[in-house]
Design a protein around this ligand. Structure first.
Ligand SMILES: [Zn+2]
Length: 277
């Protein structure tokens, strides 16, 4: 009898130990379970979408070309010497900047009567956007561009791809054209007055980038009919870099070095704004 009790006791202890081990393993597995990622912002409904003003573009160029955030390039020695403090991560991640080159696929205006020889706004926008993208990456930002070649992405998929990226700041680059304005020159940064923060960011960007260009500059607020980037994103600004039909204006950005200086000024302004939050 004494021996049987010992055996029962041993069996009981074994069962308790095994149960404990099973509970421990289950908890470990539960902790290791990967939660599904938070759902991406719902796609905009047709009612929410502003009218697409680029409907004259060829319908075939609508697909997202699969642009993904490009890898951060290593800094060159000269960039290291001039780069400011690396941007601080927010919530364990880098700042994210969406960079949109306006138009594409020959949907923008062009200078000159011959479309084959005139300068196209699509190309000017892309040149500047690529320089800005490089400058942000060199300073440790994560970036996403809508396009890196002369293709056109319609507004709806463009908004969707940028919303999925969830940028802290979205900048769209354009070049202005003369439309009856007397002696139009200079940089213009458009913002939506109904979104807190846009005015401050726009004024900072206009001042820094305008100083780099050496011409006139201004931030332009609008509460009624601002551009889609302004209304669709917390900080979404539309930058009209210069008047493309004003030779003196266009010349401020006609070399790679000038575009680089402009791009660096954009980064300075955005970094200053974000780090002040
Ligand atoms: Zn444009």
């Amino acid at each position: 009898m004494h021996r049987d009790r010992k055996i029962r006791l041993a069996v009981l202890v074994s069962v308790v130990v095994l149960l404990g081990a099973a509970v421990f393993v289950y908890q470990k597995m539960d902790n290791a379970r990967v939660d599904p990622p938070p759902s991406l912002p719902a796609a905009l409904t047709a009612q929410q979408m502003p009218a697409d003003d680029e409907t004259t573009a060829p319908e075939t160029i609508t697909a997202n070309p699969g642009v993904t955030p490009s890898a951060t390039k290593p800094l060159t020695p000269s960039e290291l010497a001039t780069a400011a403090e690396p941007t601080l991560p927010i919530g364990g991640r880098k700042w994210r900047i969406g960079i949109s080159a306006g138009h594409g696929g020959r949907t923008g205006a062009h200078i000159g009567s011959d479309p084959n020889t005139g300068i196209w706004e699509d190309d000017l926008n892309l040149d500047v956007a690529l320089a800005v993208n490089e400058a942000f990456q060199a300073r440790g930002f994560e970036t996403l561009m809508n396009r890196t070649t002369d293709v056109w992405i319609k507004k709806d998929p463009k908004i969707a791809m940028f919303r999925a990226f969830n940028p802290d700041v979205l900048l769209e680059f354009h070049f202005n054209t003369y439309e009856g304005v007397e002696n139009p020159t200079g940089l213009e940064v458009y913002y939506y007055t109904e979104r807190p923060g846009q005015k401050e960011m726009a004024e900072l960007l206009a001042a820094r980038a305008g100083a780099a260009l050496g011409g006139k500059f201004k931030a332009v607020g609008d509460a009624e009919d601002p551009f889609y980037v302004c209304t669709r994103f917390t900080i979404g600004l539309l930058v009209e870099c210069a008047y493309m039909d004003q030779k003196s204006d266009l010349q401020r950005l006609d070399t790679a070095a000038e575009r680089q200086a402009f791009a660096n000024a954009c980064v300075d302004a955005v970094a200053e704004y974000l780090n002040s939050l």
